[in-house]
Ligand binder design. Structure first.
Ligand SMILES: [Fe+2]
Length: 391
């Protein structure tokens, strides 16, 4: 710490994060405080006809005196049709409160659809970076039910372009929810594979944000804490779904990782995960799990003193070993060949990944040959060992 800090850009805001086991019950007071009268709930379809949906209806009705409208977001990763269906419902309801409850799909859909209300037009027209938007006046409360995307605190969202293999990225401070309500009890009903894959997405956020070229003295503490918490608690949340401490720590960690990547950006795993999702429908967290150990091996010599910190966060002598073991413990040690069957298809993924803005954020500057070697490495499950890399 003898040297002056590197220059940085870090985004912060006066948004709130609330964490409590059973904290969903705080919704009544939060809504009453806000004095809103036109509530809408946007929920993951997983929760249709659930006790949780009934409880949300009861609380929103009790706090506002109005019967809330509900919109259920389909289970698959959202596309522009998903977003536009949600936006049409929101436009009809003219809400002054939107509660988004679910995983990344439900939260991202609600965030983009809400932005469309105040910036009408096509969904595609509001995608991309560096645009200025009119804010929507509604209060947005996000309630994640899986530890993963961190969408509850990020100013970004992703949706596919319908009937294509293009992923659109949306980014604006106007999309960040004003309140993130973290309640670990809501994540106990998630299927084990969702806990594993979405949890590994959060792991990837924490590691990629920590070693990113845009990381800083402001984002590093969030990213490092998230790595350590996920390294310790994610395997427990996976094996013991009702473990209160594990569920709560994982949600907090995924939130911290998103606060970090909101400013620090990500890296090669996300550059690869995007085309794997768009072209081959690999679930996002699983795509990251296929990629991250090989990328950690690729990055190891370029991470400087941070290599040892990542390794220690996962309790192993090297980052690649720790991330490979963690992947195995979550039953995510799979072959890329199960999703991308041919050399040609793999080459298309490599070419598409190189176009991602995240390539520039990675600590080691990848060439197309490097990308091909990483994808080749991803074909071989490691059994918890360091992935082989022919570079
Ligand atoms: Fe991600």
């Amino acid at each position: 710490m003898q040297e002056a800090p590197q220059p940085f850009s870090f985004v912060h805001s006066n948004r709130r994060v609330i964490s409590a086991w059973g904290g969903i019950d705080k919704l009544t007071d939060l809504v009453k405080e806000a004095g809103v009268t036109r509530p809408v709930a946007v929920m993951d379809a997983f929760f249709k006809d659930s006790e949780l949906a009934a409880r949300i209806l009861e609380m929103l009705h009790g706090a506002t005196g109005a019967r809330p409208s509900f919109h259920f977001v389909p289970a698959h990763e959202p596309d522009t049709d998903t977003v536009e269906a949600c936006a049409a419902m929101l436009a009809g309801a003219n809400p002054d409160l939107i509660v988004a409850i679910g995983g990344g799909s439900a939260m991202d859909t609600a965030k983009i659809a809400r932005l469309l209300l105040s910036n009408p037009g096509s969904t595609e027209a509001i995608s991309g970076f560096g645009k200025t938007f009119k804010p929507h006046a509604s209060l947005l409360i996000a309630v994640p039910t899986t530890a993963g995307t961190g969408s509850e605190v990020s100013e970004s969202a992703i949706a596919g372009k319908a009937n294509s293999d293009i992923k659109l990225i949306f980014r604006s401070p106007e999309m960040t929810p004003q309140i993130a309500l973290l309640d670990g009890s809501l994540s106990v009903s998630a299927p084990a594979m969702v806990t594993a894959a979405s949890g590994y997405d959060a792991v990837t956020h924490s590691v990629e944000a920590y070693v990113s070229r845009a990381s800083s003295v402001m984002s590093d503490p969030f990213a490092e804490s998230a790595m350590r918490l996920l390294g310790r608690w994610l395997p427990i949340a996976y094996r013991e779904p009702t473990h209160q401490a594990a569920r709560t720590w994982c949600l907090i960690a995924s939130c911290q990782a998103a606060i970090a990547f909101n400013s620090a950006n990500l890296g090669l795993a996300h550059a690869i995960a995007a085309p794997l999702g768009a072209m081959h429908h690999v679930p996002h967290g699983l795509a990251n799990a296929l990629a991250l150990p090989a990328i950690a091996a690729y990055n190891e010599a370029s991470m400087g003193p941070k290599a040892a910190v990542v390794a220690s966060a996962f309790g192993t002598p090297s980052a690649a070993l720790g991330l490979s073991r963690l992947r195995l413990s979550l039953d995510l040690d799979l072959s890329l060949d199960g999703f991308v069957a041919t050399d040609e298809a793999r080459e298309k993924v490599a070419q598409a990944a190189m176009k991602s803005g995240q390539v520039r954020m990675n600590p080691r500057q990848a060439t197309i040959e490097d990308m091909r070697a990483i994808l080749e490495s991803m074909r071989v499950p490691t059994g918890g060992a360091v992935p082989g890399l022919a570079i």
